[in-house]
Design a protein around this ligand. Sequence first.
Ligand code: CP
Length: 309
Amino acid sequence: MAPRHLMSPLDFTVEELDKLLDLGNDIEKHPEKYAHACEGKRLATLFYEPSTRTRLSFEAAMMNLGGKVLGFASQDSSSASKGESVSDTIRVVSCYADIVAMRHPKEGAPLVASMKSAVPVINAGDGGHQHPTQTLTDLLTIRSLKGHFDGLTVGFCGDLKFGRTVHSLIEALCRYSGIRFVLISPEELRVPSYVRDGLKAGGFPFQEVVALNEETMKDLDILYMTRAQRERFFNEEDYVRMKDFYILDREKMKIAPEGMLVLHPLPRVNEIAVEVDDDPRAVYFRQAQYGVYIRMALILTLLGISVDA
Ligand code: CP
């Protein structure tokens, strides 16, 4: 049977996604049940771009399931530095591992890999395009802490142009009813036109604003902060001009709604002051923990492994 891959969060139907999130919650509550589920299985992490959370949470996820991990953490430490193509690499790694997580600076590289792979390939971030497992993490965090998606007002703030986690999460949230978006960014870092056009075509209520202030935040259930994606700017001058455009600090949190959760895919640079970390609404480190549960659920699902209740 052809392996099932994950390139976009939309690869799962809403029903499949619900099941995956339920599994993530069950793993959170009963980790011991899953401790041997992947014994004898191997995960390869092929990271052509830097990562802390995604790579290590995938590796932790597989280890928590009793499986083993192998891989590389940079292009330089792989034969890509000698000119090997992604297609050749995946054909070889398919012989060594049962499932692969790949991050690549080029949009579509994991998709190319999936076409040549004998085992499931997971897109762990491709250029400025998609980051589906971050989206699954964000969805599990939101559903676990808010209890539902329908009717939420979600604000995205910062670099909405290059922030691939923003693009993936907007797409995923559009499948629920009554969702409203507040897109907060400098003019130069607005969401790409394909995202805006998709929102318009689907009739989703959204507004684009520049200021992060009381008026902008007053209806938010979620504020999803992002950093300026330095590695995707065309020049350093633009990055320096944009990098501290937004700083969420204690003063701003004082004028934010009581129930507004602050998420961030991390890494954080300056856009959330460290003093906000102790605010109970700041859930970005819990979000990183949810990333392990959902990746465990994803590995089990793509490998077709079920654990009895
Ligand atoms: N959120 C995220 O993708 O972090 P890393 O780049 O550290 O993997």
